[in-house]
Design a protein around this ligand. Structure first.
Ligand SMILES: [Zn+2]
Ligand SMILES: [Zn+2]
Length: 369
């Protein structure tokens, strides 16, 4: 078995850290909690660190720095750079460079976390092993103009250890009294929280390219899943995100669970962020309609190539909806090309019909096969 692991390709620094922090977070922290527990101040600190670190990755590293989906004042940039470092996912310069390459080459060899190399590779393998030569950091020059970003890149390791592991231990020492409190802060607020936030990020690269629907496009493997949104601070609507990567929203629908989007909206109300980028509603609905048409034509071609006949009643409704969809889509595309925005009620109606078509396609069956 051992001879199959390419040891000469192992990234020993990353592997040792990930192995060590996982043992501390998943084994040592539960043993500590079984023996000592934490007081309410320390549990509040744990909750704060979970939210601050998680959102610094999704709101800061991802939507702000990698995709420039809004502009942020220096306090927001500073906060997300400090707490983003506390997730131990590298400096924002490296993170954003990898992520921009992921969007540019999704599912291909140059994609750092290419899901076509397997679930394990996309989840964590790309961090543990060095398969290809390191890529040049040449796609984040815009970020490197920011002095705060340059400072974080230069001192990333020091910031991460001090703010992410040592500070929780120091706070634990003072609020719980002595070394037991310090150990609790280090193991629970530090190590366990790092493991949880890291796994949440890793799931976006693995499960969000594996589980869920593709309502906007099947050009790449990215998928929408509300279940994944629950554990990724709203990043689970990954199919939408890959189709419209500069939109500050990932869960674009009002009912989507996207706490990162809600935080950006709140910061906007407080005047701390500005220039929120949104894709016009008509473009989003047009993408859904094009995808539904493609799926309908592929499904009908598949059924027609098989023996048997399609249930006449079900087929009649699908035909009717498909004809209507093509008519609506051409109307929508011509208004989009003239930069006209269709009325909200019309878009809603077309969206309802599109979804009915997708639903009915799932129910189409061959009879007399
Ligand atoms: Zn992706
Ligand atoms: Zn992205």
């Amino acid at each position: 078995m051992n001879h199959r692991i390419p040891f000469y390709r192992v990234n020993w620094v990353n592997t040792s850290f990930l192995f060590g922090i996982t043992v501390l977070g998943v084994v040592a922290a539960p043993i500590f909690l079984f023996m000592h527990d934490l007081n309410w101040i320390m549990w509040s600190l744990f909750a704060f660190y979970m939210v601050a670190t998680g959102l610094s990755i999704t709101l800061g590293y991802h939507r702000l720095f990698s995709h420039l989906s809004f502009k942020a004042t220096w306090p927001v940039r500073l906060f997300t750079l400090v707490f983003g470092a506390c997730a131990f996912e590298n400096s924002v310069v490296h993170w954003a460079s990898d992520h921009r390459r992921h969007h540019k080459h999704t599912d291909h060899d140059e994609d750092p976390y290419d899901i076509s190399k397997g679930f394990f590779w996309a989840h964590i393998g790309w961090i543990l092993f060095k398969l290809n030569a390191p890529q040049p950091i040449d796609n984040v020059k815009d970020l490197q103009k920011d002095a705060l970003v340059r400072f974080q890149d230069k001192h990333y390791v020091v910031i991460a250890f001090i703010a992410g592991l040592i500070l929780p231990a120091v706070i634990g020492y003072f609020v719980m009294g002595g070394m037991v409190g310090a150990l609790g802060g280090f193991l629970v607020v530090g190590a366990l929280r790092v493991v949880l936030v890291q796994q949440s990020t890793f799931f976006i690269n693995s499960l969000c390219h594996t589980l869920g629907n593709q309502p906007y496009s099947t050009r790449c493997s990215a998928r929408d899943s509300w279940i994944m949104a629950l554990v990724t601070y709203g990043e689970g609507y990954h199919n939408y995100h890959h189709e419209f990567q500069h939109d500050y929203r990932n869960g674009v629908k009002a009912w989507n669970f996207d706490p990162t989007k809600w935080t950006i909206m709140l910061l906007h109300k407080l005047g701390l962020v500005s220039n929120l980028r949104r894709v016009p509603e008509s473009k989003i609905v047009a993408a859904e309609m094009r995808e539904a048409q493609r799926k309908a034509e592929a499904r009908l071609a598949e059924l027609n190539s098989k023996e048997g006949t399609i249930c006449e009643h079900a087929m009649a409704r699908v035909d009717e909806l498909l004809v209507q969809l093509k008519k609506n889509l051409s109307e929508l595309e011509s208004s989009v090309s003239q930069s006209l925005e269709a009325s909200r009620s019309t878009l809603r109606q077309w969206q309802r019909e599109t979804r009915e078509l997708v639903r009915r396609l799932r129910d189409l069956r061959l009879v007399n096969a």
